[in-house]
Design a binder for this molecule. Structure first.
Ligand code: ATP
Length: 315
């Protein structure tokens, strides 16, 4: 069976080294939160499938070809001519700050429907991973998330949600209205400390209360990311905190997706909570210490590589 099924929008990504308005050279790649997770998992040796719609265009072929080349199963993905493949521009501004510009409204991916994603869940995978980005893309994608989460939960497949709030796509109130009803069907919730309130019941007002409320709803694992301060994971039985791994920051974009790939990989391998978090902060550190969203993610053999970097090993 497939280890992890993901779906969502993957865009063509153009990365500029200078301010875009000045022109110059850009590098072409692909980017999407769910496909970043898929590539991270595939590099660690897991069987992963990505489903989504790309436009009937060359950038759509780039998306599919890249995922195929990374060993991600795209047999459920499809070309849809109703819109182009989305485009994301990354512009390096000052220091670590990367500015993101979207050209994704009306993209092929925004036409996603439940019928596009449900076939990937038969037979049920070992995990379904969704993000809070997909329901922000439009009513069809939102329905696809609801249908997939419902179908996976009914089939007994664990569902992981990364809240991944994108303020450019929707506001916090709308996100909370859509994400909170999913909570009771989730096995794993991953959120930044400021995103937990978008999925936890509104009655909870502190981080501790939000974690407890989610666990009370039946969520098995609540994982909270804190950037350079590391992460915590909570189950009904225990809470574990881990610091981030100390690395020189090259490109912060993609840290959260890499973290999820590491966490789910550890979970599939049957590691305990501390082991899952340890792999998550390791893959997160690979993402921040290398350029690109997913290009620098480790293979299984490379997981120990950070231990050999002088000065960046020990937490
Ligand atoms: P993004 O949306 O940019 O992908 P995020 O906000 O979802 O990121 P973060 O909390 O910033 O996620 O980062 C996820 C994980 O990546 C952190 O828990 C940490 O383990 C690792 N990480 C992030 N920033 C750093 C850093 N500066 N140094 C080392 N590790 C980091």
């Amino acid at each position: 069976a497939t280890d992890v099924v993901v779906f969502g929008e993957t865009m063509a990504a153009l990365r500029a080294h200078d301010p875009i308005r000045l022109g110059g050279t850009m590098g072409l790649s692909v980017a999407g939160a769910e496909s970043n997770v898929a590539i991270g998992l595939a590099r660690l040796g897991h069987r992963v499938s990505w489903t989504g719609l790309v436009g009937d265009d060359e950038t759509g072929q780039l998306v599919l070809r890249t995922l195929r080349a990374e060993g991600v199963d795209v047999t459920n993905a499809r070309v849809d001519g109703r819109g182009p493949t989305g485009l994301i521009l990354f512009e390096r501004r000052v220091g670590d700050l990367t500015r993101v510009i979207y050209h994704r409204a009306g993209s092929a991916a925004s036409f996603l429907e439940p019928s596009d994603v449900l076939p990937a869940l038969t037979p049920p995978p070992r995990t379904l991973h969704v993000t809070g980005i997909t329901p922000a893309l439009g009513p069809g994608p939102a329905a696809a998330v609801r249908a997939a989460v419902g179908a996976a939960a009914e089939a007994g497949a664990p569902v992981c949600l990364d809240v991944n709030h994108r303020a450019r796509l929707w506001d916090r109130g709308t996100a909370a209205e859509v994400l909170r009803p999913l909570a009771a069907s989730l096995s794993v919730v991953v959120a930044s400390d400021d995103e937990l309130e978008l999925v936890a019941p509104a009655s909870a007002t502190t981080e501790r209360d939000r974690v407890t409320a989610l666990l009370d709803l039946g969520v098995g694992e609540v994982v909270v990311k804190r950037g350079a301060d590391g992460a915590s994971a909570h189950t009904a039985e225990q809470s574990v905190d881990v610091p981030a791994r100390r690395v020189r920051v090259t490109d912060l974009v993609g840290a959260g997706d890499a973290f999820v790939a590491g966490y789910l990989s550890g979970r599939l391998d049957g590691l305990d909570l501390a082991g899952r978090l340890d792999r998550a902060v390791t893959t997160g550190a690979f993402a921040v210490a290398s350029p690109g969203d997913w290009e620098g993610l480790p293979t299984r053999a490379e997981l120990a590589l950070l231990d050999t970097l002088p000065g960046s090993t020990l937490r």
